[in-house]
Design a protein around this ligand. Sequence first.
Ligand SMILES: Cc1cc2nc3c(=O)[nH]c(=O)nc-3n(C[C@H](O)[C@H](O)[C@H](O)COP(=O)(O)O)c2cc1C
Length: 381
Amino acid sequence: MRPVAEAPAVSTDLEALYDLHDVARTAEQRVPRPVWDFIEGGSGQEGSLRANRTVLDSVFLVPRVLQASAQPNTGTRLLGAPVALPLVVAPMAYQRLVHPGGEVAVGRAARAAGVPFVVPMLSSVPVERIAEGAGTLWLQLYWLRDRGLLTELVDRAKAAGCAALMVTVDVPRMGRRLRDVRNAFALPEDVGAVHLTDADMLAAQHQVPGRSAVASHTRQSFDPAFDWSCLEWLRSHTDLPIVVKGVLDPRDAVLAESLGAHAVVVSNHGGRQLDGAVPGFSVLPAVREAVSEACEVWVDGGFRSGVDVLKALASGATAALIGRPVLWGLALGGEDGVGKVLDLLRDELEDALALSGCADLKAAAGLGLMGELPRRLERHE
Ligand SMILES: Cc1cc2nc3c(=O)[nH]c(=O)nc-3n(C[C@H](O)[C@H](O)[C@H](O)COP(=O)(O)O)c2cc1C
């Protein structure tokens, strides 16, 4: 496959993008089709991917009025660190696929916006380089067969300044992403998972008809025997706070907390794992209720506007993770493009807070919702 990590040939007028839909439409025209499919695609028939949006659209906020909320405060704390927005840049593999700046550019933009960036284990730039220009950084982990490599990476990340670990628990193997299978998707020769071995890099770049090379390489390197005892083991190896990403059943959230997780991410992995898995947003209130107040509950999957983020806050989340939109921005303008996406979300969230009578995120947590979230509805009846 030809190298694709080139700067876009046509520069984008970021000023002319007024919401994340504009960003998506423009990025789609610029990104090579197989890469676009890799980013946008879900697993199977993409039912969970679609549901992430459907469920967000089916829920409505009940705004308050006359609260004198001229300049709402969007700041909060995540894992004890102050952040400017209740947002986290989601871990996403191989970011140099869409721009040569890759994870370095995303880390810088996240710092400028005052939000944490989760470095993917499958980063296309080493964590040490990302850390040079980044603010709050956390490292995402998949569970590798090679435990030595895993612990080495944890130690490297800590030395580089990563302040927490986010363990992704919904990938015992990769979901069947049919777009990638049909495209025989493989990484170009100048993009790879630099934290893993040379053999992993080569497997992900080896194009085979009717196969996703990315799925093949993860099958080779991820440990399918990953279970709760591994989390206990990790807990004993590190003193960094642990976030468990990819829970949907409240019982799993409770287990994660009992094993020392400081936060859980309620997520169906952007519809990329079990097709048919419930959207994180749908089970968010049940998870919030199941764990203790000390355990932060974050959510992701389809959050595309400040109003969406407000819906997450009103449903009990402390933060929403933003995935694909960050890659759209990166593709269009590197650091500036990601900055544009985060700026749009900030402006929209400020508007949404003001229009719903919320001076801050605490007020947002008390807003009413109507729609398919009966538990919250009960509280407000
Ligand atoms: C291209 C791409 C790569 C991803 N890579 C990872 C990854 O390496 N680790 C992980 O935990 N999640 C990964 N995810 C899932 C995201 O972290 C996040 O859960 C999801 O994208 C959120 O949904 P959204 O894209 O609709 O905002 C990836 C998602 C995309 C789109």
